[in-house]
Write a protein that binds this ligand. Structure first.
Ligand SMILES: Cc1cc2nc3c(=O)[nH]c(=O)nc-3n(C[C@H](O)[C@H](O)[C@H](O)COP(=O)(O)OP(=O)(O)OC[C@H]3O[C@@H](n4cnc5c(N)ncnc54)[C@H](O)[C@@H]3O)c2cc1C
Length: 385
């Protein structure tokens, strides 16, 4: 449906897109239904991606990466929808988009060798642990505590809704490192890279969509974390949270763009093939108009997202455009999936059809990575309201 290459992508990116598509269609998509039913995708998926160089697209060659940049990563993120399992895409996305970037940006050389290099090889799986039972949108309210002890920190607390929370070998964890009255909020948070081990326990959560991903609650009970696992500056962790928000939100927008395009294409095909009252569904004006609207929605979501991406890779720090892209794409994706489901009729309600899963998976978008309401709050500030 779309012409290629479209800026900010060029021919090289389109070639990468073709090769990623082929790999995902061949190696991962055939298993999606099973993994969703199992509520788990195998850890070997990370190894398979690593052999294709797909876990290190934006990371330097010295660490085993491909030496590319955010645009290469953007191609992967957009294409992950092709797996047909939001949960599998989410697990991969959490590893490459939120768990490893803070180590890349703020880690010491030694931390990069110990965590980032094996993460790029698919040998160590990462998670990002920020959200807590009483601190979600209000990140600064987090309470997991890290006390200074000889040689490091003793961590106690609980994280929740953590993607890769069961399988992760290391959890990039936000902790409180200072007690002040009143709380310093933005100046008392630090980040620790916590290895799975004594005192770290996970409990998997069941959810509406993203079934194949292991979203979990993680408890930390007297977990000793050595000083060398402090990531970035002490008490300056809020900076680290903010540093990756723009990419995380762009990645979510790109994920929605990929999912919307695929859903439109498949639904249009279904409407051409399925007949009612003696002609294909697509020849009924109401359905044809609906499909025209869906194609337009998929296209506009893509334009807004690509514009924000273009500004981001140009180094503009486009907070407003990225926020708008996240806000514009997430509920739009959910609504598009619902319309696609409707066009499938009863088949759309059946587990064996991709579309009921796509609709459930898309519901996370307006909640995760900063909810729609939080995006509106940010925009309200930026627009001087
Ligand atoms: C499947 C899944 C995977 C996730 N993966 C991760 C992960 O890997 N790592 C991680 O750290 N977190 C993860 N999260 C957590 C996610 O980022 C939070 O759920 C999200 O930030 C919202 O926080 P909350 O759930 O505590 O909702 P709350 O903050 O309690 O918000 C509840 C409702 O109130 C609204 N609200 C809150 N504040 C305001 C306000 N000021 N004005 C108007 N409305 C407001 C919200 O938009 C929401 O609708 C995941 C969540 C899910 C569901």
């Amino acid at each position: 449906m779309f012409m290629t290459p479209t800026p900010p992508f060029n021919v090289e990116h389109d070639e990468l897109r073709e090769s990623i598509r082929g790999f995902l269609d061949r190696e991962l998509a055939p298993h999606a239904q099973q993994w969703e039913a199992d509520e788990w995708f195998p850890n070997e998926v990370f190894g398979k991606l690593a052999t294709q160089g797909l876990l290190g697209l934006k990371y330097p060659a010295e660490l085993g990466g491909q030496g590319g940049d955010y645009l290469h990563e953007a191609v992967l993120v957009e294409e992950l929808a092709r797996i047909g399992s939001g949960g599998t895409a989410a697990g991969i996305g959490a590893h490459v988009n939120i768990a490893t970037p803070p180590i890349w940006k703020f880690g010491t050389d030694e931390q990069k060798q110990r965590y980032l290099a094996p993460a790029i090889k698919g040998e160590k799986i990462g998670a990002l642990g920020i959200t807590e039972p009483d601190a979600g949108s209000d990140v600064a309210a987090l309470r997991t505590k890290a006390e200074r002890v000889d040689g490091g920190f003793l961590v106690n607390g609980e994280k929740t809704y953590i993607t890769n929370g069961v399988r992760a070998d290391f959890i990039v964890t936000a902790v409180k490192t200072k007690e002040t009255t009143p709380p310093a909020r933005h100046h008392d948070i630090s980040f620790l890279i916590v290895d799975r081990g004594e005192g770290v326990t996970s409990a998997k959560l069941r959810k509406l969509g993203w079934a194949a991903s292991d979203t979990a609650t993680i408890s930390y009970e007297d977990v000793f974390v050595p000083q060398e696992n402090l990531l970035g500056e002490l008490h300056d962790g809020f900076k680290l949270i903010m540093a990756n928000f723009q990419w995380e939100r762009l990645a979510m927008a790109l994920g929605a763009v990929g999912a919307m395009r695929l859903a439109y294409e498949r639904t249009a095909q279904y409407a051409r093939e399925r007949s009612a009252f003696g002609r294909p569904l697509s020849k009924h004006q109401a359905i044809r108009h609906k499909l025209a609207d869906l194609a337009t929605q998929a296209y506009t979501a893509r334009c807004v997202t690509y514009d924000a991406l273009r500004r981001f890779v140009a180094g503009e720090e486009p907070l407003r455009e990225v926020t708008m892209a996240k806000l514009a794409t997430q509920r739009a994706s959910y609504e598009l999936m619902d319309e696609c489901l409707q066009i499938h009729g009863g088949a759309g309600y059946m587990r064996e059809y991709w579309v009921e899963r796509a609709a459930r998976d898309a519901r996370l978008g307006p909640i995760g990575g900063g909810s729609d309401e939080i995006m509106r709050e940010i925009l309200g500030r930026l627009l001087g309201l």
